[in-house]
Structure formats: C-alpha cells, structure tokens
Design a protein around this ligand. Structure first.
Ligand code: C2E
Ligand code: MG
Ligand code: MG
Length: 756
C-alpha cells in the first residue's frame, strides 16, 4: 500500500477522482440539480475529499527523499497550511449541515485564517535561485511593489468599508479585516516565489500554487465583501473559485512530487514575470482613477494625475538605468566598442535573417599584426593606446547600423549589413587596412601597426553565427600566411586547408584506427589474409570511413604520413598475432598504398624501417597499389617497386579492371597479385559482360602467374560463380566485414589456434 502510494499511478488516480468530483459539482451547480439546499450540501461536501487529496499528496512531497531538503522543509510548512484548510472544510460542513449554526466568525473561519500565515511561510521557504545580496534587495522591492498594489485594491474593496461598517462587534471587525490581510500576505509570498524564479522559468508547481492562491484570494475577498453586505450562504459563486483553487492545490502537490530533484535547465529567456511589479503599479493607478472620478478636480484631480505621472516618470527613469546597465555589460571597457557578448548576439541575429539577393552581409575578423612586440617593448599603456587607435579607425570606416566589436586581446570583428555586392565588403576591408596603418603617437614613440583581415560573406542561409566567425577566422589565417597586412575572402578551398590540418593532427594524435577485412579461401572459407583498412575516430563526427577523407588526404599529400601510420599500426598488430597465436605464421597482411606514397623517393626505406621496427616479416606483407600507378610507370617507380619485391614483399593491383591497365605495363611491373574490382563481382551472376571480365582476369592471372583475389563478394551465388571460374581467394561482406582489431584478433585466434 505504502509503495503504491509512492507511485505516479496513485497520484494520477487521486487527481482523476478530484477532477471527476469537481466536474460533478460544477455541472450540478450550473444545471441547477435538485433544491438549493442539496446543491449547497454537494458543494460543501466536495471540499472535503479535495482537501484530503491535496493534504495527502503534500505529505508525500514533505517526506519524499527525492526532493531537495529545502523543498521538503518548505512543503512541510505548506502541509500544515493544507491541514488547516482540511480542518476548515470539515468544520464548515459539520456546522452548516449537522449543527446548523451561523455564528461568525466560526471554527471554520479561524481555520481558514490560519491557512494564510503557514502558506506565507511555506512559500517563502521554497528554494529560489542563488542570488547576490543586491538581487535579493531588488527582489524584495519588486515583491513589495506588488504587495502595495494589492493593498490598495484590498483597502478599496474591504479594509476601508470594514472600518466604517455599522453593527459589527470588535471581534467580527478584526476578523473580517484579518482575512484580507492574510490574503495580502499570500499575494506577497507568491509573487516573491515567482519573481525569484524568473530565470529560468517559473516551475510548474509554483505556477499552480500561484493560480490556486489567485483564485482563493479572489474568493476570500468576495466572501468578506458578501459577509459585509448581508451575509454569506454556502453554495454561492465564491465557492466555485475556492473549489477550483483546491483542485489546483491538488495538481501543485502532484507536480511537485513528480518533479525531478535536478530539473533540466531551460533556455535562458526573459520571463514575463519581471513585468509583475509594473502591472501592479498600473492596476493600482487605474483603480485610483476609477474610484476618484467623482472627486473634485481641485485639489484631487491634479494631485492624483501628478502622482501617476511621477510614477510613470520614475518607471521611465528606471528603464533608462536598465539600459545603461545593459550598455555597460555589452561594451568593451577600453575601446568603447561592443564586446564579445554583443558581437555574438548580433552575429546570431544576422545569421537568423533571410538571405536576399542584392543585399549581402559579411563578417570581418581583424587581427593586429605585431601587436605583441609593441606591448612587450613599450608596455601595456602603449598597447592600450594602439587598441584605442584601432577602435577609432574602425569607427571612422563603418556606417551606422554596422557593428564593430573587440573580441579580446588584439582581435576585432566588424559586422556589415545591407551591402550591395560581395566586393563592397572587400573595399571596406581595404579602407580599414588603410586607416589601421596610420601611425600611433605614444609619448615620444611613433608606433606602427598593421592588420590582417579575414572576410566571410554570408551566402549560406543555414550557416550559424559561429560558422561565419569560423570562416572569417580561416580567411584571417590565410591572410596572415599570405604575408600579413592584407585581407582575404573566405572560400571552400581554405576549408580544405583547415580539414587538411585537422587530418594531419588526427594522424599525429592517434585518432586513426585500423580495421582488418579477412580474405578467405573461396572453397573452404579458411582465413588466408587480412587487409588493413583505415578509419578515423573523429572526436566530433564519430567513426569515419576512408571515403570521407582519403581523397582529401590524397589531394593534399597528407596521405603520405597517414599511409605510413597505417602500415606501422597494421604491421604492429599483425606481428602481435604472430607471436601471440601459434599457427598464425602463414597469415598474410595486405596494406593499401596511395599513388602519392608510391611516388615518394624514400618509400622503400620507410617500409623497411617499419618492418624492422615492428618485426613483421616482409614475405608475409602484400602492398596494394592502384591501376593509376601502373598506367604510366616511370623508371624510378619501377625500380622502387622492384626494390620492395626484392625485400620479399608481394605487390597487388587493387580494383583491377576499373582503370586503363595495359597488358604491356602489367608485364613490365613486378606485380604478383590482381584484385578483381567489386563492380565486376557484383554483376557476376546476371551481367554477362561483368562475368566475362572476371573470367578474363582469372585467365590473365593464370597466364602471368599471378594470384587473383575477388573483392566485394556479397552473396553465395557470387562465390560459387567465382569458384567455378577457378578463382581461389575472395574477400567480401558474405564472408567477413572489416573488423576492429580486437575482433580480428579473436577471429585469427579461432582459426589458427584450432589448427595447432
Ligand atoms: P579497397 O582497398 O578496394 O578496399 C575494399 C573496400 O571495399 C573497403 O572499403 C571494404 O570495406 C569494401 N568492401 C569489402 N567487401 C565488401 C562487400 O562485400 N560489399 C561492399 N559494398 N563493400 C565491400 P573501405 O574500408 O571503405 O575502403 C575504401 C577504400 O579506401 C579502399 O578500397 C582503399 O582504396 C582506400 N583505403 C582504405 N584504407 C586505406 C589506407 O590505409 N591507405 C590508402 N591509401 N587507402 C586506403
Ligand atoms: Mg585494397
Ligand atoms: Mg579494391
């Protein structure tokens, strides 16, 4: 039972029953079921289960270990307030329908009154955001403003009339006044609870509590007013508000229990709650204006108008102060330009606008050349003078509506909008360079600075502000590399440079991984060789296949260190298998060589050194070259390949049949193996042409005494067709996919350990 009580289903059931009861009561009320006495009875009785429900749910929050200790403590006090309400509703039902007393104030009234101070304390105890002292003072002021607005309303509606009401005993007078004062406390506490949470947004339980209190306060005020003007009978309309308020209390307790201990942080948005104090002030003045409309213009009219104007002026003054504060927060203290915060904000705004033809926007990233030596030689004051002069230069060049900002150190950004064409950004950059070249006089020194500028034009509507800044940064580095004191437009080619350096870094930092794809004897499926295939474990993009970077590596030459890395890693791994797994000796290792690697003068020494370093035997290694290498082999290439052969290394032609291999070259090259390209193997079962190419390659292999390996075998039919042709070895997903090192090792172990 206790366990069930803690489940979400228990509270869902509770909420559903309460909703059904409330619905029943409201329908009965509006459809005027039965006699008025019956409806009153139903209404008064409905309170009891609702109050019982919110009390029980609140107890559950107050004892739940899932809640933060401070929340738990606050909810303990809120639970006491709820108990007071429960007692009040029970007492009311008993006194109205069993004892039939109409005494005022009654036991129920006292219990109702007790609800306010406990609720007040509980709400104030709820944990808020961590705040500085000044923020707390501001919060208190805001809450007091709301409280003062509420006080004016309550004074007008109740307190004033109560003081003048005839025929009340002192106790009744005090009690009738105490109820709205208690409500005022509630308004004060709930606005504090909401205001202190306005960033991030007010949590659901507090919003529900606020709603419940708003309904309860409205009902209380109406109740006191009705008591003052003739006497309240149960079942009238304030009851509807109270009941709805009770239901919100049920929901609030339920939501609080469901709330995780550390709620997910929400987006940092300005919340409309910060308008609460302003709304309260305006409402108070509206009330005053309505109430005083019959008063003589002299002296009240002018005075009230004057007060309203004064308040509005103070509010306006405050908004100026707020703007000053904001300006201070987004301005660079030294240069008076925008700081990084504002630049980032405006950049995001710029990136969010639609791209329109004929109206371009651009980001300029400016870095002062040789700023550091000035700072080091002449001191920070000289450095500051240079930065201030640079900021002045920027102000002279940019137009209204554009933004210049300092991102930090000697780095500046300029955001340009509504440019007629791309070239306009370049001419502004050129003018900036010109202005920045002006010498800076510092004491008796004449300081000369220059700048480099990267220009990124916004062409891609999907590019984020951050991307634009990165592009400008890439262009800035290009400008620096090209000799400084100049500007460069960003282009994709530069991106290639960026990606290249990223790739080189990946090789240096061991972000690459070698996978191994087994090649098997087609007839038996026995493991014969493994081919090393590189992967890039990219820190952001995840595991990348060679298709995503080999071409770039090829173009930029990064494939040379990359290839050496792969060869070393593969040989080291395979050498480990040889020593660790008895019987693994005959297993061959194939590694791909790029045409760029083959063209390197030191290819042979590199390969030799790696073999020596890793202890992998040369006669177990196959190097795969592509047809483009053998298409027009120059004598040097041939001699290098021959030197590899002399070491005992086998040479294979990869993807055979896809290029323009001429048979004459095949004869002249020291090649020992042909790998039939996957494109022919794929069509072998149903495309006669593909089938005849495969047959031709197998026969060619026989004629030249070369091994033939079929690549990319995906089905049993393909394997059978290849066996029928006399092809001995094959490789493909039908047998094995490329495997990560540990799985490859396990496979080798399984195959060879069984043989010994
Ligand atoms: P490749 O040397 O011809 O390698 C065979 C490629 O075919 C591998 O793709 C392999 O995963 C894939 N493959 C194997 N069997 C099947 C199959 O049954 N079906 C299909 N659809 N694909 C199959 P991967 O690993 O993406 O490598 C692609 C190419 O990248 C390689 O073609 C090779 O040219 C190049 N490459 C890979 N690693 C290196 C390296 O370390 N150095 C150099 N220079 N190039 C490499
Ligand atoms: Mg290959
Ligand atoms: Mg291939």
């Amino acid at each position: 039972m206790v366990t069930w009580f803690r489940t979400g289903r228990a509270s869902a059931a509770c909420v559903l029953v309460c909703a059904a009861l409330l619905l029943f009561q409201q329908v009965g009320y509006f459809a005027e079921w039965g006699s008025p006495e019956f409806r009153t009875l139903v209404t008064d009785v409905t309170y009891v289960p609702l109050a019982l429900a919110f009390t029980v749910l609140a107890v559950r929050v107050a004892v739940s270990k899932r809640q933060e200790p401070r929340t738990r403590r606050a909810w303990r006090v809120i639970t006491i307030a709820f108990v007071c309400q429960l007692a009040a509703h029970c007492a009311w039902a008993v006194q109205s329908h069993i004892l039939l007393t109409t005494a005022y104030p009654s036991t129920a009234d006292y219990c109702f009154l007790l609800f306010s101070p406990f609720m007040f304390a509980g709400l104030l105890m709820l944990p808020g955001q961590h705040r500085r002292r000044r923020d707390r003072q501001k919060l208190a002021l805001d809450a007091l403003i709301v409280g003062a607005g509420g006080f004016i309303a309550i004074w007008y509606l109740l307190l004033g009339p109560i003081l003048n009401a005839p025929g009340l005993t002192p106790l009744q007078r005090t009690f009738t006044a105490a109820l709205p004062i208690g409500d005022l406390l509630l308004v004060l506490a709930v606005s504090t609870a909401m205001l202190r949470r306005h960033q991030p947004e007010v949590p659901a339980p507090i919003r529900l509590l606020a709603g419940a209190i708003a309904l309860t306060v409205t009902a209380d005020v109406s109740y006191s007013w009705i008591q003052l003007n003739g006497g309240f009978t149960g079942g009238s309309w304030p009851d509807l508000l109270w009941l709805a308020g009770c239901f919100l209390l049920v929901l609030a307790a339920d939501q609080q229990y469901r709330r995780p201990r550390h709620p997910r942080p929400r987006r940092r948005d300005r919340n409309a709650v910060f308008l609460l104090p302003y709304a309260a002030s305006v409402a108070a003045y509206v009330l005053l204006a309505v109430q005083s409309s019959h008063l003589p213009i002299n002296p009240y009219g002018g005075m009230i108008l004057g007060s309203a104007v004064l308040t509005l002026l103070v509010m306006a003054r405050q908004s100026h102060a707020l703007r000053d504060n904001r300006e201070m927060a987004v301005t660079d203290g030294l240069t008076g330009l925008a700081n990084r915060i504002l630049v980032t904000e405006r950049l995001d705004m710029l990136a969010g606008q639609p791209v329109r033809p004929g109206r371009h926007s651009a980001v300029l990233l400016i870095d002062l050349d040789r700023f550091k030596p000035i700072n080091d030689t002449f001191g920070h004051e000289a450095g500051d003078a240079v930065l201030v002069a640079a900021a002045d230069a920027m102000r002279r060049v940019i137009r209204d509506g554009d933004l210049a900002g300092r991102l930090g150190g000697d780095e500046f950004a300029v955001l340009l909008q509504s440019l007629p064409d791309r070239e306009a950004a370049g001419s502004i950059a050129a003018r900036l360079l010109e202005e920045l070249r002006q010498p800076v006089i510092f004491g008796e020194h004449v300081l000369m600075v220059e700048a480099s500028i990267g220009v990124a034009i916004r062409d891609d509507p999907d590019a984020s502000g951050e991307t634009l800044l990165q592009q400008a940064d890439t262009a800035l580095y290009a400008a620096k590399r090209a000799g400084r004191g100049r500007f460069e437009y960003y282009s994709d080619v530069m991106d290639t440079k960026a990606r290249e350096s990223e790739l080189r870094r990946a090789v240096a930092q061991d972000e690459l991984v070698v996978y191994f794809q087994p090649a098997v004897a087609l007839a038996t499926g026995e493991l014969r060789a493994v081919e090393a295939l590189v992967r890039w474990n990219h820190p952001v993009r995840g595991l990348l296949g060679p298709g995503e970077f080999i071409e770039l590596a090829e173009e930029t030459g990064a494939v040379v260190p990359l290839g050496a890395w792969v060869l070393r890693a593969a040989c080291r791994e395979a050498a480990g298998w040889r020593t660790g797994i008895p019987g693994a000796g005959p297993l061959r290792l194939a590694v791909n060589l790029s045409p760029k690697q083959v063209a390197q003068a030191d290819l042979v020494t590199t390969v030799e050194a790696i073999l020596t370093e890793t202890g992998f035997p040369p006669d177990r290694l196959t190097l795969e070259i592509t047809e483009s290498v053998i298409l027009q082999p120059d004598p040097l290439t041939i001699s290098r390949l021959q030197a590899l052969r002399d070491l005992g290394i086998q040479l294979a032609v990869d993807d055979f049949g896809t290029g323009y291999s001429a048979l004459s070259y095949l004869r002249r090259l020291p090649v020992t193996m042909l790998k039939i390209d996957r494109s022919f193997v794929t069509g072998i079962a149903d495309d006669p042409e593909a089938r005849s190419v495969c047959e031709a390659v197998v026969h060619l292999g026989e004629a030249f005494k070369m091994n033939v390996v079929a690549e990319g075998i995906e089905t049993a039919d393909q394997a059978t067709a290849l066996i029928d042709m006399g092809c001995v070895i094959g490789q493909g997903f039908f047998f094995h996919r490329p495997l990560p090192p540990d799985e490859a090792r396990a496979l080798v172990k399984q195959q060879f350990a069984a043989l010994t």
